[in-house]
Design a protein around this ligand. Sequence first.
Ligand code: ADP
Ligand code: F6P
Length: 468
Amino acid sequence: MSRLVVISNRVPVPDKKKAAPAGGLAVALRAALSERGGIWLGWSGNSSGDENPGDLSILEDGNITYALTDLTDRDVEEYYHGFANRVLWPICHYRLDLADYGRKEMTGYFRVNRFFAERLVPMLKPDDTIWVHDYHLIPLASELRQMGVKNRIGFFLHIPLPPADVLFAMPVHEEIIRALAHYDLVGFQTDHDLANFVGALEREGIGRSLGNGRLASFERRFRGGHYPIGIETAAFAGFAERAAHNSMVRRARDSMADRPLIIGVDRLDYSKGLTQRIDAYERFILENPRHQGNVTYLQVTPKSRSEVPEYEAMQRTVAEQAGRVNGALGTVDWVPIRYMNRSVARPVLAGLYRLARVGLVTPMRDGMNLVAKEYVAAQDGENPGVLVLSRFAGAAREMSGALLVNPYDIEGTANAIARAIDMPLDERKARWRQMMDHLLEHDVTRWCDDFLRDLTEEEQAGDHPEPV
Ligand code: ADP
Ligand code: F6P
């Protein structure tokens, strides 16, 4: 087996003093890499100011070697805050209204991708398998190819890929698609995302499907596939079983005194549908007065990307909204919404999920949404909770036992919460079993194996994606 070299913008730098960063990519990749071992190159999360970032920091942790680079202030501003998080993120989450395109940011994005390629090349061996992750690093393969790298290079997009009409609103969409054609394999979360990619290729005649996952675009041949990301199902279920002894989980349980808990766990991001979710919860309480003073909603939401104006504005909006609902509905001995802007350790998170009768996962759009899967994995099979899940999360394609909702439909979501709270035990068990069986079979190891098998298999078939 060749050595695996993973590159992503965000890397969960091992640090015993800090909680791991929230975010699906870091959580899933660490799980996948810790079994297989390899090199993980990415951003340290630090800025070097105006100075050149200097040498890579190398950290060994188990069988993973982390290679971390600082970025300059300008890089962080243009590449990360600017193009990645104010152009690609909103557009891929169908929020054209929030996209703020600028040439300076776009140039910074390509410049930083070149910089990552320059940092990577000296570390590479000829038979390494290279796996690039997420929207920050789409141009990396084309930069590596220009530097003469011939290794197999795969790319996985953790977020949705929208249909052509949305994608093409981005002025540089053609460069982005051209960059993807430099990979050997491009992986998406769902068949919808893959179909959107093929649709985008075909719409302007810049590529086509050759059948069987084979694609041609910009005079290159490569492959596309869908690989729904999973979680460490068995390990997470183990955390949840043992969490009853954790003091934070115990405090939460004691404070509930057997009353039902609804849980939401998300980065503070506009794609997660937090304002609509709070509206739906408020509506549920108003329409089911017997639950006033009974059901509590706990929302655990670490702040995210706070330097980006849309995120900063959202932090105020959600805090004000939670405060307003608590003011309007709360009583001397009951707070309707417990709102926390904090990351918690994974064993604690698992324990909190297990306490909750309802997992409320209602993004307006999401590539996969690992929280939905973690909530299910954490349940007690003898008395499981109910997953209420947005139909616009990639996870909805797999979680057949969830109550699916349209998060734009506040009344519909409120009704689903009521149904979940009152669902009989037999139905809860049957729905949970279906989902848990799926999660045990399709865990993060399987996701990693499936992708890497397809990435390396083609090599054996002698079908290296050369220019056609
Ligand atoms: P995204 O990648 O957009 O953040 P996902 O739901 O796919 O969304 O992944 C989020 C990951 O971050 C999950 O593994 C979840 O457990 C973790 N996470 C989210 N919020 C918290 C939190 N408050 N504390 C700890 N981990 C969190
Ligand atoms: O999983 C999607 C994702 O965008 C990852 O690429 C990213 O690491 C995570 O969400 C959290 O965002 P950030 O790295 O910007 O904190």
